[in-house]
Design a protein around this ligand. Structure first.
Ligand code: CS2
Length: 403
C-alpha cells in the first residue's frame, strides 16, 4: 500500500487524481487543505468518501481518501506527511505557485514574503521547501495543475523559496515530473447533490486524460490509461493551447455576449467559428506530432464543450485571468507572430479578457483574481489597455490591441 499526500482537494482532484488512484487500487490519499477547514469538515461527516457523478455513465463511489489535514490547524502534521508520503501531488491552481509573469517565484507576493519573514509555511511552495529540507528518502512531487512545464515550474519555485529561506535540500532525492491533466469538472450543483444524495458529489465528464513524464523517484500506483512519456511538452502544449485557450476565449467573449455556460457559448455561431479559428491558429504552433492536421482533436474538444449536461459556468473559467492569459493566449500569439502567421482569434481572446476586466471593474465588481486590486487600478488609469497588458507582461502586444 502506498500513500499520496495531495495538496488541494477541489473538484478537479477528486475527479482526476483520486479517480485514477481508486482505479489503480493498493494506494490511498491524504489531502492537505492550505486554508479552510470546510471541505475537511464536510467530507469527514461521510467518512471521506464521496460520489463522482460521471455524466452519461453514472455514479461512482470514491473511497480512497483517508483524511484531510487542514494546514493552519496543524502545520507539523503536514510537514510529517511530506516526510513520509510515497508521492506528493498538487492541484492548487495557477495562483498557488506564486510565480510572477516571468515564471519566477514572486518574492514580493504577500504570502511568500510572510512565510520568509516568519520562517513558517502557509503555501504549497513553502511547505514543500521546509518539508523536503528534512526528508532523507527519495520522493516524487507531481504537479497536476494547468501550466506549461508544471513540474519544472514547481521545482523552480521551491528552489527559489529554499534559497531565500536559507534551507538546504538534497535535490538528488526529488523528481518533479511534468504532466498534462485533462478532465472538465464543473462546480457541484444542488441538483447533482440531490440526485446523488451526496452533499459532496462531484460532477465530471466521461473523458479523462493524464500524460506524465516518466521520471518517478520511487513506486507509483498502477494508474490505468495513463501515458508515461519521455517528453510531455507536446501533449501539454496541445491541451493547454487548444482546450484551455478555447475555454478562456469562450468565457470572456461568451460573458460579453450574454451567455452563462460553455455549451451555450459554443452554440453561438460567432463564437463557434472563433473557437475553431483559435484552435487552428494554436495547432500551427505545436511541435510536429502534436499538431492536429486532421482536426480530430479540435472536433473532439468542440463535442466536449457542446455537452449540455455539464453546465460548466463561464464565470468559473473566467476567474484568475491574470494567471491564465499568459499561457492560454499570449505565448501562442508571440509564437504565431514569429512565424508570420495570423493570430486573429487569439488576439480576440486577449482583447476580450481586457474588456472583461474593464467592464466588470466599471460595474463596481471586484474580479475573482489574485491581482484583482492591480486590475482595478489599471482600469482606472489613463491607459487601461496598456496597464492591463503590463500586468501580464505583454506590453509588446499593445500595437495589436488597437486594430
Ligand atoms: C478550465 C479548466 O477553469 C478553467 O480554467 O479551462 O479547468 C479545464 O476545464 C480543465 O483544464 C480541463 O481539463
Amino acid at each position: 500500500m502506498g500513500r499520496i499526500l495531495h495538496f488541494g482537494l477541489g473538484n478537479f482532484a477528486r475527479a482526476h487524481l483520486l479517480d485514477y488512484t481508486a482505479d489503480a487500487g493498493q494506494w490511498d490519499v491524504v489531502g492537505v487543505s492550505l486554508r479552510s477547514a470546510e471541505t475537511r469538515n464536510r467530507l469527514a461527516k461521510q467518512g471521506f468518501g464521496y460520489t463522482l457523478g460521471v455524466q452519461g455513465i453514472g455514479p461512482k463511489k470514491i473511497t480512497i481518501l483517508r483524511n484531510i489535514l487542514v494546514a493552519p490547524e496543524d502545520p507539523h502534521a503536514v510537514l510529517d506527511g511530506i516526510n513520509s508520503a510515497d508521492i506528493i501531488s498538487a492541484t492548487v491552481t495557477e495562483k498557488g505557485y506564486h510565480l510572477d509573469a516571468n515564471g519566477q517565484l514572486d518574492l514580493s507576493d504577500s504570502a511568500i514574503a510572510q512565510d520568509l519573514k516568519t520562517q513558517a509555511p502557509s503555501t504549497l511552495i513553502s511547505y514543500l521547501a521546509f518539508g523536503l529540507s528534512t526528508r532523507t528518502t527519495p520522493v516524487t512531487i507531481l504537479s497536476c495543475d494547468n501550466r506549461i512545464a508544471n513540474g519544472q515550474a514547481l521545482k523552480r519555485a521551491v528552489k527559489q523559496f529554499a534559497k531565500a529561506a536559507h534551507l538546504t535540500l538534497d535535490w538528488s532525492l526529488f523528481t518533479f515530473p511534468n504532466a498534462m491533466v485533462d478532465r472538465i469538472t464543473p462546480a457541484t450543483t444542488d441538483a447533482l447533490r440531490n440526485a446523488l444524495n451526496d452533499p459532496m458529489a462531484v460532477p465530471t465528464e466521461p473523458f479523462r486524460e493524464w500524460v506524465i513524464e516518466d521520471d518517478f523517484a520511487g513506486q507509483r500506483p498502477d494508474w490505468p490509461d495513463v501515458q508515461f512519456v519521455r517528453d510531455v511538452a507536446p501533449h501539454e502544449l496541445r491541451k493547454i493551447r487548444m482546450l484551455n485557450g478555447a475555454h478562456s476565449l469562450l468565457a470572456y467573449s461568451g460573458i460579453a455576449r450574454g451567455h452563462e455556460f460553455v455549451h451555450q457559448a459554443i452554440a453561438d455561431p460567432v463564437l463557434h467559428d472563433r473557437v475553431l479559428t483559435l484552435m487552428n491558429e494554436a495547432t500551427k504552433t505545436l511541435p510536429i506530432g502534436a499538431n492536429d492536421p486532421s482536426g480530430a482533436y479540435a472536433s473532439a474538444l468542440v463535442k466536449r464543450f457542446e455537452n449540455p449536461e455539464l453546465r460548466h459556468a463561464l464565470r468559473q473559467i473566467a476567474m484568475d485571468g491574470s494567471q491564465k492569459t499568459p499561457y492560454r493566449f499570449i505565448e501562442t500569439i508571440r509564437d504565431l507572430l514569429e512565424m508570420g502567421e495570423p493570430a486573429d482569434a487569439l488576439v480576440h481572446g486577449l482583447k476580450s479578457w481586457i474588456n472583461f476586466c474593464i467592464e466588470e471593474t466599471r460595474e463596481g465588481l471586484i474580479l475573482d483574481d489574485p491581482k484583482a486590486h492591480q486590475i482595478a487600478h489599471a482600469v482606472q488609469s489613463n491607459d487601461p489597455v496598456f496597464e492591463l497588458l503590463k500586468l501580464v507582461n505583454a506590453v509588446d502586444l499593445h500595437p495589436l490591441m488597437q486594430e
